[in-house]
Design a protein around this ligand. Structure first.
Ligand SMILES: Nc1ncnc2c1ncn2[C@@H]1O[C@H](COP(=O)(O)OP(=O)(O)O)[C@@H](O)[C@H]1O
Ligand SMILES: [Mg+2]
Length: 289
């Protein structure tokens, strides 16, 4: 029997999959999500969300997808790993995934693909009043050609709005990539950098995920003293928090304890540092909480 069932959970509370059901709306995530949705509704074109590894970009993108699914006027697609070798492959990929009607021909050139996509965007956006949205996760992997291709697609517009809405989520390198392309940076209508959580939010995220996983007891599984240690070692990065909490709950069961106290956290972090699994610096950091 898995440890989480022993503890009375219905689901795994600290899985690392970007499940929207386990999405805790931190201040940072709320700002990013709300603004991205506003920009989409206003059809302003381009939103860029940056963040370090593990700040919750992929989770946020899934939440955005969930929100868009509920809105009938949206047609969207999410690219999880954007690595396209040339423009024609990229455009063909977009055409296929948006179900763009294409002229019957075995090999379409870039111009034909572009024209078909433009026609499609006009048909959907203007004639049918829909909002066509492309979300790109791991957008720092977009090469120059793909960015240029997206820039051209962003040029399609009416007097009032852009025909394609684009949300890019990526690691900080994306920033310098975009800065290097003239006329791309100016087109960003919303930009935001996701920061890690603060102590209070770290505590809330842990509590939220435990409840979402079906834990009914009124008692706290993680004592405040343990959450302080978790915050210090994770520095508020959601991925670090969830991975640490997952291991801590397992350890708690192994040790036949009923709560995670600071000693379990300290012991685990010490062991992991000794084995080379955890960066030493996090032990030295004494941030305020
Ligand atoms: N807002 C959030 N609420 C709950 N869990 C989160 C949140 N953001 C991130 N996580 C957790 O952290 C893990 C890493 O997040 P992820 O979205 O993959 O980060 P990134 O894409 O920025 O590297 C996720 O699998 C999820 O378990
Ligand atoms: Mg990610």
């Amino acid at each position: 029997m898995s440890y989480f069932k022993v503890l009375g959970f219905e689901k795994e509370p600290f899985s690392t999959s970007p499940d929207p059901e386990f999405f805790y709306l931190s201040k940072e995530h709320e700002i990013a999500l709300t603004n991205a949705l506003i920009e989409l509704r206003l059809k302003r074109g381009l939103s860029v969300i940056l963040g370090d590894v593990g700040t919750g970009k992929t989770t946020l993108s899934r939440k955005l997808v969930q929100e868009l699914k509920e809105r009938e006027d949206f047609i969207f697609h999410i690219i999880l790993n954007p690595s396209f070798e040339n423009e024609s492959l990229f455009l063909a990929y977009l055409a296929r995934n948006f179900e763009v009607p294409l002229p019957v021909s075995s090999s379409l050139n870039v111009l034909e693909l572009r024209e078909s996509i433009e026609r499609f965007l006009f048909q959907k956006g203007v004639t049918e009043g829909r909002t066509v949205t492309l979300i790109v996760d791991e957008a720092q992997k977009l090469n120059e050609m793909s960015l240029e291709c997206l820039r051209l697609l962003l040029n399609y517009e009416t007097n009032k709005f852009k025909l394609l809405q684009l949300v890019l989520l990526g690691q900080v390198e994306l920033h310098s990539k975009i800065m290097g392309i003239p006329n791309f940076f100016d087109r960003i209508s919303f930009k935001y950098s996701l920061n890690p959580l603060d102590y209070k939010e770290t505590k809330e995220l842990i509590e939220f995920r435990i409840r979402q996983a079906g834990f009914k007891s009124r008692t706290h599984l993680f004592l405040d003293e343990a959450v302080k240690e978790i915050y210090q070692h994770s520095r508020g990065y959601p991925r670090q928090i969830t991975m640490l909490c997952h291991r801590l709950l397992k350890q708690m069961v192994i040790k036949k304890k009923f709560v995670v106290d600071k000693y379990i956290v300290q012991e685990m972090v010490r062991d992991e540092v000794r084995e080379g699994w955890f960066p030493k610096e996090s032990l030295l950091q004494k941030s305020n909480y």
